[in-house]
Design a protein. Structure first.
Length: 417
């Protein structure tokens, strides 16, 4: 590589929540970082501290088990605050007064840990980030001010909040999301997307006037690989045959249609497979399951709260099928991981999930509980049907993408002229 490449671990530095396991965008950042480290192509790793307005160098290595340890110091210690647009007017007025003491307190917290920050100069290099846009924009501002000649290559994961803004322009999160993405697109030398669908989505919103035109854009599809976990298993697997849903929310994830399908199965005097919901317990979901209409369905639902990677892989492998009824996704990692683990994904018939699964998925209209109920019944009553689906997945396993392929293509696209 003619220019030095700096891979961004800011997402891990500011990892949110109490769970020690990586989910969502943080998962992509971490998995790509591991593979880039293993590729040994001279890439350096950095993280941006808003409190110090500095990029620090990070030094991944091998732990005692031989696995890659990203070695991000003081992960979760620092707190991030948005310092650009997209905030209520009252906050914009008081932030100039509150931000300096807030950042000074963050620096003090870091100082008390005794960990040195090793600043890195990225001038003339390539900055490659898969972080959330709201984290990237402050880093990019620092690059433009302090690291002359450094190219910015930013991966965008989805445009989902813009679908909300199309219908409700007062939605604060959607507005902030649009502002952040436009801010980033305007300053990035190259936008990378995690699927062709996301690239097409961006261009659609450009045509609608919600986004600005990227200078350069290419798609690097996320993988199907479900990496083996290193944690000890914690949960006991269900004894009943079950279908798995990774994600537990109503609305966009469309759990509603799955519960409606199970209602239909029960109304016909049949017993549905157990529905295992893997992910954070959501208040709205729990409240729905407590309604009279869902009283019988609730007996066939099991929550597994934020399983670790080892347990998630076990849940995949023993499931009859995965159900992913989403209205929209940026990639649809659960469907991809289901294929990797050799189980059929039952997916809503939307373009991005066709991109992920191709002919290996079983599709239904995302509002058609009747069709999904038929699939659930068929799973139990026609074992030969499922066996045929599994055989087809196994026969095409060589076409499934790995994290190594994703990381390699990500680097190749970043350094391409």
């Amino acid at each position: 590589m003619s220019k030095p490449v700096f891979y961004d671990l800011t997402e891990i530095l500011y990892l949110s929540g109490s769970s020690p396991f990586y989910y969502g965008i943080a998962r992509v950042v971490a998995e790509a970082a591991r593979e880039i480290f293993l590729l040994d192509r001279g890439v350096r790793f950095v993280a941006y501290s808003q409190a110090h307005d500095t990029f620090m160098e990070i030094f991944p290595g091998r732990d005692e088990t031989g696995d890659v340890d990203l070695n991000v110091p003081n992960a979760r210690l620092l707190k991030f605050v948005r310092a650009t647009g997209g905030k209520p007017r009252a906050i914009r007025h008081v932030q100039p007064l509150l931000l300096p003491p807030f950042l000074a307190y963050q620096r003090l917290r870091w100082f008390r840990t005794g960990v040195d920050i090793r600043p890195v100069d990225m001038s003339g290099g390539i900055f490659l980030s898969c972080a959330r846009p709201k984290l990237m924009i402050h880093a990019v501002d620092s690059i433009r001010a302090k690291h002359p000649g450094c190219e910015v290559h930013a991966l965008l994961h989805d445009m989902i909040p813009l679908y909300v803004e199309k219908h409700d322009r007062d939605t604060r999160f959607a507005s902030s999301f649009r502002i952040d993405n436009n801010y980033l697109i305007e300053r990035a030398d190259h936008i990378i997307t995690n699927s062709q669908f996301t690239a097409d989505d961006i261009m659609s919103f450009v045509e609608q006037g919600l986004l600005i035109q990227p200078r350069k854009m290419t798609a690097v599809r996320l993988p199907h690989e479900c990496r083996a976990g290193t944690d000890q298993p914690v949960i006991s697997l269900p004894e009943r045959p079950y279908v798995l849903m990774v994600g537990t929310s109503l609305g966009r994830k469309n759990l509603d249609v799955v519960l409606d399908a199970m209602c239909l199965v029960l109304e016909r005097g049949k017993t549905p497979p157990l529905l295992v919901l893997a992910g954070r317990k959501r208040k709205r979901t729990l409240e729905l399951l407590e309604t009279p209409r869902m009283a019988e369905v609730a007996k066939h639902v099991l929550h597994v709260d934020r399983p670790n990677q080892t347990d998630l892989e076990r849940l995949y492998r023993e499931a009859l099928a995965l159900v992913l009824p989403s209205e929209i996704e940026g990639w649809g990692l659960p469907a991809a991981e289901a294929l990797w683990n050799g189980i059929p994904p039952f997916c809503s018939d939307i373009p991005v999930l066709r991109e992920v699964c191709g002919d290996l998925g079983v599709y239904f209209d995302l509002r058609d509980a009747e069709a999904l109920s038929g699939h659930l019944v068929r799973l139990k009553e026609e074992p030969g049907w499922r066996a045929g689906l599994v055989d087809r997945i196994e026969a095409n396993s060589g076409s499934l993408r790995t994290w190594n392929q994703f990381a390699t293509e990500l680097l190749d696209r970043a350094v391409a002229p």
